[in-house]
Write a protein that binds this ligand. Structure first.
Ligand SMILES: [Zn+2]
Length: 334
């Protein structure tokens, strides 16, 4: 834990209140939760991981979130740190301003006033956010997109979602912005869980890549990482499936580049762990598709699976009236 910054302030000026406390950041995923106690410089002082009891229903998940916040709060108390706010980020459609978890297919809640419920349960002040937007916020403030004003962060895992930063501001649009996974890239393609067909998610999510390989090769793989490894070994079916995913992503990113003109596109989530195996064909695909548009630089996310939790911390600090971004020079992921 770093020292109290009040010691650096001369002339009897009181240090800002935030310098003496912390926030709690909690990223709630479909399978697990990651939490942290974060100081005003976004250093993680304590971290924890817990399972999300999704199978027990949405109310059990709310209970588990409240319990986890209380555990983090106890960790902060042991360090004698006042907690200014808790930032909680969840998947699905999230209206940050209305403080509602509008919808999540994954967890099963609908129009849930989650921030208010958690405040009643914990006595903490709670700010609500969206997991992928929070991840984008963290990559923008602390990670691969530091210093850029226009950023597209794309998380490619079981699903695909994006976070947008335009002219330095995160874009939410009532929680509906950033659904890149449901841009149609194959007209008349496979049915998507959203009710449409041929969405990017049906071609390029980690789930889709593994399923496409299994269907075409007639042999089951455990995940997209297996397909990536087979592609590196020269397996022709794996290479074709991988290229198809890269083509779908390039189509969607070219559309995004035309509409939003990001300087930096950050790729995160499980599929991005393939590194250059994904980035190289995507760069080539974008180069083929773009003509006059600003060429975005394509980079891999830096914060790994802690991006959402760190983003939750940023959501908490901003709700507490403190923006740590301006003073950060890079914070290591926990
Ligand atoms: Zn869809």
């Amino acid at each position: 834990m770093d020292g109290d910054s009040s010691s650096t302030l001369a002339g009897g000026i009181s240090p800002p209140a935030h310098a003496q406390g912390c926030v709690l950041g909690l990223d709630v995923g479909g399978t697990g939760m990651k939490g942290a106690v974060l100081d005003h410089g976004m250093r993680p002082l304590e971290t924890l991981r817990r399972p999300t009891p999704r199978a027990d229903g949405p109310l059990a998940v709310v209970d588990a979130i409240a319990d986890t916040l209380l555990t983090l709060n106890a960790m902060a108390s042991e360090r004698a740190l006042p907690v200014h706010h808790a930032g909680v980020v969840v998947p699905g459609i999230v209206d940050d301003d209305l403080r509602q978890a509008v919808w999540s297919a994954n967890i099963g809640w609908r129009d849930l006033p989650l921030a208010t419920l958690l405040e009643k349960r914990t006595g903490l002040r709670v700010a609500l956010g969206h997991d992928v937007r929070a991840g984008g916020l963290a990559e923008h403030a602390l990670g691969a997109a530091r210093g850029a004003r226009n950023v597209l962060f794309v998380a490619i895992g079981t699903g695909i979602a994006a976070a947008l930063v335009c002219d330095g501001k995160p874009i939410s649009s009532g929680g509906y912005a950033g659904e890149l996974g449901h841009v149609v890239v194959e007209s008349g393609g496979r049915p998507c869980a959203c009710g449409s067909a041929g969405c990017l998610e049906t071609v390029a999510s980690a789930t889709a890549v593994a399923a496409a390989y299994t269907a075409r090769a007639g042999r089951t793989v455990t995940g997209a990482a297996d397909v990536a490894a087979l592609a590196v070994q020269g397996d022709p079916v794996a290479r074709a499936v991988w290229q198809q995913a890269a083509d779908g992503l390039a189509d969607a990113l070219a559309t995004a580049a035309t509409l939003l003109a990001p300087e930096t596109i950050v790729l995160g989530g499980g599929l991005a762990e393939a590194g250059e195996l994904l980035l190289a064909p995507l760069r080539a695909g974008l180069e083929e598709r773009l003509t006059f548009q600003r060429r975005p630089s394509l980079v891999r996310a830096e914060l790994g699976d802690w991006a959402g939790c760190l983003g939750a911390g940023l959501v908490g600090w901003r709700a507490a009236g403190h923006n740590p971004t301006s003073q950060l020079t890079g914070v290591p992921a926990p």
